[in-house]
Ligand binder design. Structure first.
Ligand code: NAG
Ligand code: NAG
Ligand code: NAG
Ligand code: NAG
Length: 615
């Protein structure tokens, strides 16, 4: 292949591994729309601020220092090019900006999109096997962020003779067009204040759904006004086509890809549009492609209550020393939680201001608890024990452990998807400087809502939909209804609509991975997707629970093309409420370094942030 190289850029040297190792604080990010629970992992040091407000402002990057500037300036120094020109960046990486048609359906249209790409090269060049593309999900997740922070871990799984590549999909991060529902510098304040007005959960009180819907609708209108034309070109078929273009520019014939969650929708779309360009495709934690492309789906919740059930079951099994919310049977634990929720609806818990926690009094409301529970379902292993402690304390009227759990990760923190450095902000600049972020919430909506068909029926239809979701999942149906709420009044339509069929005879069979109990990407979705692709295989369990068995099968697939036997079941390496931080390192060290690395990689990938709606 014909490699072009740009000048070296002084991207800040970062101690990648040590930084990753210190990421250990759960961030719960409250949000736009009706605010979903999200689990975000950020740097330990980043969250050590005790003042919640300070944490917020730092989270909002634009107002304060470090993090952002170096990176922002660096990306803006990379010249967009219609060929792949790599610039060494971030010490061990290469970065590029690839220019391609904004409108793939009319390539004579001179408008261009510029895709920000990052590569972590194979560290073992013997038997080099080419690049593996990663998509972290969201939608709205920044591939650049994930690869920058996690590439060595992805590589531990797929094999060190693979490059790890990703990119910021249209709408996100350093890619242009960038989606931002607010106007430039002033926007960050507006966005922040807007998020502070987040209405209660739709099931908090009779009629809550009307306020929540209006909040979401107002935001949709704001976005439509601000995004304009760009919003027509960020949906998934365009991104799949971009990915094909990147594969070609890399001099590769076919795509090798590992997509998570929403990334499985991107992968399925790619496979349906370009079946003969499939080299390897691992689709991990599946979104039901057909349903997602129709909008306002329900399948994503079919296993959610099973994950909640795991909280009751494993809390009971672990006993009172490991689970603070223990009771004499799983059913009793469930009833205990029901009583707590009913009580807190009427008597939210008040936490007075204190120097160590917050400069203002805080209220732990029913909605907050509901959202925290929902977000915990993304990361049972990590979050369940602290959730149990927080719930037990709430019963006694003590909201501090809850706030700790929440504010360690910035419970109220709006995900500051896009904050400009005021000194560099220039509305005319094609690639304005921006701080590093895992994802972009505005883009989440812009992508989802234009992949789906337009919603109809207004708030009346929507409240019926809410009832349906509550019927499917007691634990998170009401809370998760906000996922599609933001699309109900979305005014922008994509130019390139693709609603399937999601099928094709791919040039290599697809490997689907499904967790047996998953809160948003159930087995059922993998099964639906798999039907369209002859030869594809479903393997059970996903990386949301570390599993060596799963990882080794993924590696074998990338290395040799060989699929596991259909319906291979891989057990998770740990169970909820197990002391997972006390690793099996002593046993492992005896085994070999390779397995130690793999275990570490799986742990870190499990702790990676969940972006957007966790799809
Ligand atoms: C934001 O900027 C766009 C483009 O400059 C403009 O059309 C729009 O009116 C602005 N919106 C607000 C609320 O200022
Ligand atoms: C912007 O530039 C001015 C002058 O160089 C400097 O004093 C100020 O600290 C800068 N602000 C930020 C946020 O970097
Ligand atoms: C795949 O190939 C089979 C056998 O040739 C054919 O019957 C089927 O229609 C093909 N499916 C698609 C989606 O092209
Ligand atoms: C591991 O977990 C135990 C119990 O949950 C806790 O006391 C300990 O501090 C943790 N250790 C580390 C290194 O996080």
């Amino acid at each position: 292949m014909d490699e072009k190289r740009g000048p070296f850029l002084g991207f800040s040297p970062e101690k990648l591994r040590s930084k990753i190792a210190t990421r250990q604080v759960l961030a719960r990010v409250g949000l736009i729309l009706s605010m979903l629970g999200l689990v975000l992992w950020r740097y330990g040091s980043f969250w050590q601020e005790t003042s919640a407000l300070k944490t917020r402002l730092r989270g909002c990057g634009g107002m304060m220092h470090n993090e952002k500037v170096v990176i922002a300036q660096s990306w803006s120094e990379i010249k967009p090019s219609s060929e792949l020109v790599w610039y060494p960046c971030y010490d061990e990486y290469d970065c590029a900006k690839l220019e391609l048609p904004l409108d793939w359906l009319d390539e004579s249209d001179p408008r261009r999109a510029t895709i920000a790409i990052i590569r972590y090269s194979a560290t073992d060049r013997t038997d080099y096997k080419g690049p593996v593309f990663i998509n972290p999900g969201g939608p709205g997740g920044s591939g650049v962020w994930y690869v920058k922070h996690l590439a060595p871990y992805y590589q531990s799984v797929v094999g060190r003779n693979h490059d790890i590549i990703s990119f910021d999909p249209r709408g996100i991060g350093a890619t242009v067009p960038n989606i931002d529902c607010w106007n430039s510098t002033v926007g960050s304040t507006s966005a922040f204040l807007w998020d502070m007005q987040d209405p209660p959960n739709v099931d908090a009180h009779p009629g809550s759904v009307y306020d929540a819907y209006a909040h979401a609708a107002a935001f949709s209108h704001q976005c439509a006004n601000n995004i304009g034309e760009a919003g027509r070109f960020v949906n998934t078929p365009n991104v799949a086509r971009d990915m094909l273009h990147m594969v070609e520019k890399l001099g590769e014939e076919k795509l090798q890809y590992w997509g998570f969650s929403y990334g499985t929708f991107l992968g399925t779309t790619f496979a349906a549009l370009f079946p003969d360009k499939v080299g390897r495709l691992v689709l991990d934690g599946n979104v039901d492609a057909r349903e997602f492309s129709e909008g306002a789906g329900t399948h994503f919740l079919v296993d959610t209550d099973a994950v909640m059930g795991a909280f009751y079951t494993y809390c009971h099994r672990a006993g009172s020393s490991l689970c603070a919310f223990y009771a004499s049977s799983p059913e009793t634990i469930e009833a205990r939680l029901g009583d707590l929720l009913a009580d807190i609806k009427i008597h939210p818990v008040i936490v007075p201001a204190s120097p160590s926690l917050s400069s203002r009094p805080e209220i732990v409301s029913y909605s907050k608890v509901r959202r925290m529970i929902m977000s915990s379902l993304y990361r049972p292993l990590v979050v369940f024990p602290s959730l149990a402690e927080a719930l037990a304390a709430l019963e006694k009227g003590d909201g501090r452990p809850f706030l700790d759990l929440a504010s360690q990760g910035g419970e109220e923190l709006p995900l500051c998807q896009k904050q400009y450095d005021p000194n560099h902000s220039d509305p005319e600049a094609p690639t304005p400087d921006l701080p590093e972020a895992e994802g972009n919430w505005d883009a989440t909506n812009a992508i989802m809502c234009t992949d789906a068909r337009p919603a109809e029926g207004g708030v009346e239809e929507f409240s019926k939909y809410v009832d349906t979701l509550i019927g499917i999942s007691k634990a998170a149906g009401a809370t998760m209804s906000s996922m599609w709420m933001g699309c109900m009044e979305w005014g922008i339509r994509a130019k390139w609509q693709f609603h399937g069929p999601f099928e094709g005879n791919t040039s290599h069979p697809i490997l689907f991975i499904a967790n047996t109990a998953d809160n948003v990407t159930p087995y059922r979705s993998a099964s639906q997707n798999s039907k369209g692709f002859p030869g594809s295989v479903i393997m059970h369990t996903s990386l949301s629970m570390p599993s060596r068995c799963t990882a080794l099968n993924i590696r074998k697939y990338f290395q040799t093309g060989e699929l596991p036997a259909p319906n291979t079941v891989c057990p998770p390496d740990y169970l909820p409420f197990e002391r997972w931080n006390v690793t099996r390192s002593t046993t492992v060290m005896i085994e070999n370094q390779e397995m130690t690395n793999l275990d570490e990689a799986l742990m870190e990938l499990m702790k990676a942030p969940v972006v957007g709606f966790g799809l």
